[in-house]
Design a protein around this ligand. Structure first.
Ligand SMILES: Nc1ncnc2c1ncn2[C@@H]1O[C@H](COP(=O)(O)OP(=O)(O)OP(=O)(O)O)[C@@H](O)[C@H]1O
Ligand SMILES: [Mg+2]
Length: 496
């Protein structure tokens, strides 16, 4: 298996220098971690290696010789595959059809039976389970990711690029992915692993490269790195990743901002809680009602039963825009599907929910200068890295798109209640700390926050009280008396 090298790669988008003379060498049989702040250039660098983005200058070499890579097909021909954070599968088709899709190599028109056999063997070699005839849209996120990985391996790649593969996985799925990655390493293949989760990176990677503002800031063995050291290199200053949580205010039982009384809906089974000026953490393995709970509270899922009260006013029958106007903010789980419109600029996305109210509109006429002013100050406040306010949101790096959602929900108004679902997903360490500080600041001024997160660490670090969702039911824990172990047991459905 050849080693793959990137030599002096540079790339600009208009006036932004996304990559500046970056060199990287990936040895066979290694897992190479690629780290850096949001917008540092990780995805761009790997898109260049995969032929999705054209470099301005520099060279790609395989086994010491320069190779021409101008499209993903070229990359695959040179043994390089990539799994993007947002999968590119055809949902209505089966696993096997997806794997075969686009494979135009000559002499490769196998019959279905032997194709399925080969796929099963590839899966077994990685220790993963897969049903070739299952329809992709019926699979969990973790299973879909496996299909993407198998699709690349089907094409005999020897280098697999994984762009933030664990951002969407549960802890169990992450463990399974790591088993597969270790198998690939044993087979002599190499993996490029992009992640913001430093503990994870240190546990799975052999070598690390840290990008800062489009340059390599550090390269070395993961044995020579620590979480603190990596965070400091990325940010360029001394850094402690955790935010100290100030003590809760004088929350009293009768001062509930939001009250859920026996709410039931598809996926939710008679849930009740009172939310005060506090952070109520909701832990749980993804798929146990988190999305449904958020939707029920913000008003896009109809209740079969029960009531939701905002300051004693029954809002159960109001629609989402009306609930938003009353002070209910929402950080959605999937920013691409629920949060942003990719083709529109930052300003338009920031005022998406308030385009018909002052100060952004007067007598039904949009006041674009107001929108721009406001966008400009939010970009500064939330440190959104972008070339211009008019750039389509889709050209922002993943983490910077997330910051736009946060700015819209937290920066424009002072919500009474915030439903935050995985708010730091895809954010770098600095931005994660910033989000945590924002949540605590909103709590301090009296807002109630429901923090629904699949990162148990995040829940335990920020919450005043912790409940666990399991199969649509909410069980409150005795946090902080109940620690990780007890809460982990509740997450697995064990109540004693
Ligand atoms: N198609 C594009 N048009 C304009 N600018 C772009 C485009 N793609 C990337 N950029 C810019 O290049 C820079 C690097 O982005 P990139 O997506 O590589 O960052 P990243 O390190 O992957 O960040 P994240 O951790 O947030 O995913 C950013 O400033 C981004 O806005
Ligand atoms: Mg990226």
């Amino acid at each position: 298996m050849p080693s793959v090298e990137l030599h002096h790669i540079s790339k600009s988008f208009a006036s932004v220098r996304a990559l500046n003379d970056v060199s990287l060498s990936i040895a066979p049989g290694t897992v190479h971690g690629l780290l850096g702040e949001n917008g540092a250039g990780k995805t761009t660098l790997m898109n260049i290696l995969y032929g999705m983005v054209q470099r301005d200058s520099g060279e790609i070499r395989s086994a010491g010789r320069p190779v021409d890579i101008n499209s993903p097909r070229d990359a695959i021909a040179h043994g390089i595959g990539m799994v993007h954070q947002h999968f590119m599968l055809a949902g209505a088709m089966s696993v096997l059809e997806n794997v075969l899709l686009g494979d135009r190599r000559e002499g490769f028109l196998l019959d279905r039976r032997s194709a399925a056999d080969r796929l099963m063997k590839l899966a077994r070699d990685l220790n993963v389970d897969i049903d070739p005839s299952a329809r992709v849209e019926q699979l969990s996120v973790g299973q879909q990711q496996r299909v993407e990985i198998l699709k690349a391996l089907w094409r005999d790649v020897s280098l697999l690029i994984l762009d933030e593969p664990t951002a969407v996985l549960t802890p169990q799925e992450t463990e399974q992915l790591f088993v597969a990655v270790r198998k690939l390493r044993e087979q002599g293949k190499s993996v490029v692993f992009i992640s913001h989760k430093l503990r994870e990176v240190l546990s799975i990677c052999d070598r690390l490269s840290v990008l800062r503002a489009g340059r390599v800031a550090w390269e070395g063995s993961s044995n020579d790195a620590s979480e603190e050291k990596l965070a400091s290199i990325m940010v360029g200053e001394d850094f402690s990743a955790t935010t100290a949580k100030p003590p809760a205010g004088s929350a009293s039982a009768d001062a509930a901002v939001l009250r859920a009384v026996n709410i039931s809906a598809p996926g939710l089974n008679s849930i009740s809680f009172d939310l005060r000026d506090e952070i109520l953490g909701i832990a749980g393995v993804d798929g146990n009602g988190q999305q449904e709970l958020a939707e029920a509270i913000i008003g896009i899922r109809t209740l079969n039963n029960g009531q939701i009260l905002l300051h004693d006013r029954d809002i159960s029958t109001l629609d989402a825009p009306d609930r938003f106007k009353l002070g209910l903010a929402h950080i959605p789980n999937d920013r691409k599907r629920e949060g942003l419109i990719g083709s529109m600029g930052i300003g338009e996305n920031l005022v998406l929910k308030q385009h018909d109210s002052p100060p952004f509109s007067k007598n039904s006429i949009m006041r674009w200068n107001r929108v721009r002013e406001s966008a400009k100050s939010l970009v500064e406040q939330f440190d959104i890295r972008t070339t211009s306010l008019d750039s389509p949101i889709s050209t922002l790096s993943g983490g910077n798109q997330q910051k736009v959602v946060l700015a819209r929900e937290l920066g424009l108004s002072q919500p009474k209640v915030l439903i935050a679902m995985n708010p730091s997903r895809g954010l770098d360490v600095g931005a994660t700390r910033f989000v945590h500080e924002q949540l605590l600041a909103h709590r301090a001024r009296g807002a109630g926050i429901v923090l629904i997160s699949s990162e148990l660490d995040e829940v335990l670090q920020l919450s005043d009280r912790v409940g666990v969702l399991y199969r649509g039911q909410l069980t409150m824990s005795e946090f902080p008396r109940d620690g990780v172990e007890k809460i982990g047991r509740l997450m697995a459905g064990l109540t004693d």
